[in-house]
Design a protein around this ligand. Structure first.
Ligand code: RNT
Ligand code: ZN
Length: 413
């Protein structure tokens, strides 16, 4: 008997069908963020990373242009099983023939190479306006700025992005999630918290006046609690984004690095699923703050996955990764983080959820604890290995990553 066959039997004793779990997992798309590959720099010369987010580390071989980023993504994709989407930022627009980059005027044609890349690989595309790392971010403000010209610039940027998102959905034939996150905030106690939020609200209303296919383009709004240098006040707070999304039939996006340290996104999912058709997640690893470390196979990642699976909501939650570690091999960072999201999903799919729910309803917390602890040491690893095997993906990716890295010595980092 193979290790998988044995594992299958052990899980069957728990009342779990491993075949069903493996089949379901292979259908769940995870949207892979392009920005791990180049430390969130992009191709439009915006400038050093700003907006309260930061990459740290000086590992060599960062992708410096579209060709390098696409090659690195291909390498990562070849080592990641299952269904994938590619998540692009507007700053990854490709300008050619000496064209001067201008974010307020970007068009679908600036992303044609990405569309071709996605189509050739059967990938869906997601999109994000880039409202940071740019001279038109004034005093840490964009859509909420008191300066009309600043607001105008970023409203135009977002409107153009919506057109591009619509183009992505039409070209790929797959839904496109367009996520709006603004860095806007203040370092010290504001004198007026209301006006910036009102300006943000009005700016969003104008952006959403662009006609787009609501069945195929999902506009999401991402909240935040603070950023570096923006510790006192964040315009796009949780209350703002949830209320705005609810009132305009948008989709809320929760990044698990964007809450107070004892708040857990895993606890928020069920509430939101009762009020929204869809929700979206940025899965990251906040290490003491919104540090965007590579996602691990850790308790909270598993708990998030369990909540989605237990709510039977795999089709209602847009899963995306969002982290950027510049201190390690970036292809490895992609593969490790995305695989860990998928492992967490498999782990959740391998829980006897009905049995566990019945124990809760029967108030049998003793049996619930014993069973949940027993499941932790069930042969999960053998089922994961079987998944990789079926997907024809090598289990050992470090060797592949190292070999690929050998060929990158011409990049000076
Ligand atoms: C920043 C947000 C946002 C960004 C990306 C690059 O705190 O998490 O999602 O990480 O847009
Ligand atoms: Zn995020």
């Amino acid at each position: 008997m193979t290790r998988y066959e044995e594992a299958k039997q052990i899980y069957a004793h728990f009342g779990v069908d491993t075949q069903k779990a493996l089949a379901r997992l292979s259908e769940v798309p995870v949207s892979i963020h392009c920005w791990q590959g180049d430390d969130v720099i992009g191709f439009d010369g915006g400038g050093a990373l700003s907006g309260g987010i930061q990459t740290t580390g000086d590992y060599p071989y960062r992708a410096r242009n579209p060709e390098e980023l696409m090659a690195d993504l291909d390498k990562a994709f070849s080592l990641i099983p299952g269904k994938k989407k590619l998540n692009l930022h507007a700053s990854y627009a490709i300008f050619e023939n000496g064209e001067t980059p201008d974010r307020s005027r970007i068009e679908p044609r600036h992303f044609q190479k990405w569309v071709d890349f996605a189509k050739a690989r059967g990938l869906g595309l997601d999109f994000n306006p880039t409202l940071f790392s740019h001279p038109m971010v004034k005093d840490n403000l964009t859509l909420s700025s008191p300066d009309k010209a600043v607001r105008r610039y970023w409203i135009d940027h977002c409107k153009h992005c919506l057109v591009i998102a619509d183009y992505f959905a039409r070209q790929t034939g797959m839904p496109c999630v367009m996520n709006i996150w603004i860095p806007d905030g203040m370092k010290d106690y504001p004198a007026d918290r209301l006006a910036p939020r009102r300006r943000f609200l009005e700016a969003l209303d104008e952006i959403l006046s662009v006609p787009y296919d609501k069945a195929q383009v999902y506009v999401t709004l991402e909240s935040k609690v603070f950023g570096i240098g923006l510790e006192a006040y964040t315009v796009g707070s949780a209350e703002f984004t949830l209320s705005y999304a609810a009132s305009r039939h948008l989709t809320p996006l929760l990044d698990n690095g964007h809450y107070h340290p004892t708040e857990l996104v895993s606890d928020k999912i069920s509430s939101l699923l009762l009020f929204y058709d869809r929700i979206a997640l940025h899965i990251t690893r906040p290490m003491r703050w919104d540090s965007d470390h590579v996602v691990l196979f850790d308790d909270e990642t598993r708990e998030i996955a369990k909540e989605i699976v237990r709510a039977d909501a795999l089709d209602r939650v847009f899963l995306a990764t969002d982290y950027f570690d510049a201190s390690i091999n970036r292809v490895s960072a992609w593969v490790t983080g995305v695989r860990n999201v998928q492992k967490a999903l498999l782990y959740a799919l391998l829980q006897p959820n009905e049995t566990l729910q019945n124990l809760q309803d029967a108030n049998d917390w003793t049996a619930l604890m014993v069973l949940q602890e027993a499941l932790k040491t069930a042969p999960f690893g053998d089922v994961w290995q079987e998944y990789l095997h079926r997907q024809r993906i090598p289990a050992d990716y470090l060797t592949e990553v190292r070999a690929y890295e050998q060929g990158l010595s011409i990049r000076n980092g």
